[in-house]
Each structure stands twice: as C-alpha cells, then as structure tokens.
Design a protein around this ligand. Structure first.
Ligand SMILES: *[C@@H]1O[C@H](CO)[C@@H](O)[C@H](O)[C@H]1NC(C)=O
Length: 438
C-alpha cells in the first residue's frame, strides 16, 4: 500500500519540525501572555532536589516603575498546597498566590531591578512532587520571556551526579530495558517456532514477528531515550527513533488485531470491504494519535494547546479501540450463522469459541492499558509512578503471549481443531454422502 509510506514521511517531517531538544530541561517561550497562572513542568523531588531557572529577554507590557512586581514571579507548589492557596484566596486572606506562606517562592520580579534576565538555583530539600508555576497577579500586565527550567535530584547523599528523571521515574530505563530483552527473546522463540512448523506457517505469522520486533525496538529506544535524559536532561535524538518505532508499532499492532479478528489468512485469504474500511480508519487515526503524542511530550503544560492535544489523543485512542472490535464482532456473527446453516457445526463452534475468547481478551487488554493503568497513575504516590508503567507493560506482554500462543503455526491449528469423536462423525457423514452419490 502506498498510503502508509506517504503518511510515514509526513509524520517524520512533522516530528522533526517540532523542536525535539526539549525534555526534562525545558525551554519555553512566553510571548505577551496575560494569564494569571502559567503551570510549567511537574517534577518529583527527593530531599536533594534542585531547580535551575534561567529567564532571559524579559519584557513587560507596562514598564511603569511603580508597579508592585513582587506580585509577579515563580514558585513551586504541590497539589495539596495549591488547594490551600485557593482556599486562602477565596477567604480573601491573600490576593496573590505569591503572598501565600505555603508555597515555595523561587523568584519574584521585584528582585529584577530593571534587569532583563536572571539566573537562579533553588535547592529543594522537601521530598514531594512539585509543579513550577508562574504567577502574574497584576491585571493588564502582559509578560514576555524565555524560560529555561531544569529540575533534577542529586544522587545519593553526597555525590554531585545529577538525575534528571523525576523521583518515581528514575528506574524506568532499567524497566524498559528488561521488557525489551523479554520481547527480543520472545521474537527468538517465535522464529524458532516458525522454522520448526514452516509447513503450516501463514502470512500472518510473519506479521506477528514484525509486531514483536517493533515492540522490542520501541522499548529499547525508550530505555535509551530515558537513560540519556536521566544523565543529561535532554533526549538528543533518541526520541525521534522512539517516536518512529512507536508509530510503526501502533499501526502494526492495531492492524494485527484487525487481521486476526477477521480471520485473515487463517479463515480466508482476503478482507471484506467493511473490514478494509476499519483499517482505513484506524491507520490514519494512529497517525493523528502519534502526532498528538509528540505534541504532548515535546511542549509542556504551559502551552495553551497542550490540553487540546491531550483530549485529541484520548478521543482518537478510544475511537481506535472501538473500531478494532468491530471486525471481531462481525466474525463472531458470521461464524454463528455458518454454524446454524452448514453441516460442520462442531468446527464452526470451535472457531466461534476462539473468537469470543479473543474478543474478551482484546477488551481486557484495552481496558487494562487505558483505564486501570491511568487509575494506578493517579492513585499511586509520585515515588511509585513506575509501578503503573510495569502494570501496563505486563498486561501488554500477557496480551502478546496470549495472541502468540493461541494463533501459533500448528498442523492442528486451533481454528481447525476438531475432537476425534467429532472427526469420526464428520468422516462417517462424508462416507454416507459418498455412498449415496454412488
Ligand atoms: C542557569 O542558572 C544557573 C544558576 O545560577 C547557572 O549555574 C547556570 O550556568 C545557568 N545556565 C545557563 C544556561 O545560563
């Protein structure tokens, strides 16, 4: 097909044109922005945390020297603190978040004294998840500036080595690497199977191999990407590879689920029109989902579009997940009808059970990786954020293993397995038919 390759090149162009150097060290440009609150990144500090803030090219829309610039500045706060601050503002105890005694004030603009830039290093000894926030409590004041923020923790008790990954994410490189090894070994096992059972191998089995290898490569890139960020605070190109593999993995996995769901290459060598349409919807949507993912990762919450991209991503993901269920439902319906009308009821019922099982497993997989993982992410403490990643990856692994095990190449393929008794009965029936014809 010509479509995916052209889509791919557009995607690569798009992802390259977005600035890719941003990661845990983030460069943000604020241009005549009048928002009273601008959230920047969130970061899990240990008790040896640091925030490096370098702000340059500051210009205020109102250069009046009488302005009370202590009401403009940066501070750190947790979610709990933020609720307290909102409560204080509501009670009219304070008028500006920067006046609150709960927040950790990093810098307020009254210290600028006319300068156009400042650098500050804020040492943080309170272990918790903090968000860097810019507050501008002066109405009608618009601010422009370039912000470079770097948040990191110092390793151990005495070392000066920096760890740019948030407290709950610092083990992620190792986790991704382990999972990637697992998938590479699975791919090895799969190749061995394909070789041993080469007489009963279908096209779809090679497709499954491709999906496995893409998943393994994707995890490997993610491990390298995260470990590079951990050491240097920036991604340095590894993220491009990661996004490319994510994209390929995304479309191949969804295509595989659709193909297995329709029984392509097991039951029939062709796809029906409506099944092709599902693919035509899912593949472009995956492109959109991946672009949204890049936009979410590479910009930050300070961008006004950020929330929109998150919603686009969520919506597209839900639509894709629903769309891939249709072909399985159609297959189940067809098989049920076939079982009723044609004589080989036993064979068809067997296939039907397998398809039903697959349908349920796909739903569980989608539910777990979308809903449960998200819930885990929200309820676990920031220090154990990696557990939700592990849970999601384990569910994915289980899904891959289930799919591989149930649809492996086999002379007695599950699709064609019939018990001996049934086989005898079918043979009996055939003999009778033959005799009748004679
Ligand atoms: C940012 O500010 C910190 C703290 O003052 C300083 O050590 C660092 O060199 C600055 N970085 C840049 C890129 O200006």
């Amino acid at each position: 097909m010509a479509i995916p390759s052209s889509i791919l090149s557009v995607f690569v162009l798009l992802s390259l044109s977005l600035s890719l150097c941003f990661a845990e060290i983030r460069l943000s440009e604020i241009r005549s922005d009048g928002r009273p609150i601008i959230p920047f990144d969130e970061f899990g500090f240990t008790h040896r945390g640091c925030l490096e803030l370098n702000v340059s090219q500051i210009s205020l829309s109102n250069p009046n020297p009488d302005l009370d610039l202590s009401k403009v500045g940066f501070f750190l706060c947790t979610r709990d603190i933020w609720f307290h601050v909102l409560q204080q503002i509501e009670d009219a105890a304070i008028t500006c978040a920067l006046d609150s005694n709960f927040i950790k004030r990093v810098y307020s603009f009254d210290s600028l004294k006319g300068a156009k830039s400042f650098d500050t290093l804020y040492l943080h000894d309170d272990a918790d998840q903090y968000t860097l926030v810019f507050a501008n409590c002066l109405q009608q004041l618009k601010v422009s500036m370039n912000v470079r923020s770097a948040m990191y923790n110092l390793d151990g008790e005495t070392s000066t080595r920096r760890d740019y990954l948030s407290a709950g994410r610092t083990v992620l490189p190792r986790i991704y690497f382990l999972f990637s090894l697992t998938y590479f070994s699975l791919a090895g096992v799969w190749i061995f199977f394909l070789y041993k059972k080469r007489l009963t191998v279908f096209g779809i089995h090679f497709f499954m191999l491709a999906v496995l290898i893409l998943k393994a490569s994707n995890l490997l890139c993610e491990a390298e990407d995260k470990s590079y960020i951990k050491r240097t605070g920036s991604a340095h190109g590894w993220d491009v590879l990661f996004y490319i593999f994510s994209f390929l993995k995304g479309i191949t996995l969804f295509t595989l689920i659709v193909l297995i769901g329709t029984g392509w290459s097991f039951l029939k060598p062709y796809l029906q029109d409506k099944e092709k349409k599902v693919l035509m919807i899912v593949i472009p949507l995956q492109v959109v989902a991946n672009i949204a993912q890049v936009a979410i990762d590479e910009t930050g919450p300070y961008e006004q579009d950020w929330v929109t991209w998150k919603q686009v991503f969520l919506l597209v993901d839900v639509v894709c997940c629903c769309a891939i269920l249709f072909p399985i439902v159609w297959s189940i319906k067809n098989l049920r009808e076939a079982a009723r009308t044609d004589g080989k009821a036993a064979v068809n019922l067997m296939k039907l059970t397998l398809f039903r099982q697959y349908y349920i497993v796909v739903i569980c997989y989608i539910y777990f990786t979308r809903v449960v993982v998200y819930a885990l992410e929200t309820i676990t403490s920031y220090r154990y954020l990696w557990t939700s990643v592990v849970a999601g990856e384990l569910a994915t692994l289980a899904f891959y293993v289930f799919t591989g095990y149930n649809f492996k190449p086999e002379a007695r393929n599950p699709y064609f397995v019939v018990d001996d008794e049934e086989e005898e009965a079918a043979a009996e029936a055939l003999k009778l038919e033959d005799e009748f014809e004679l």
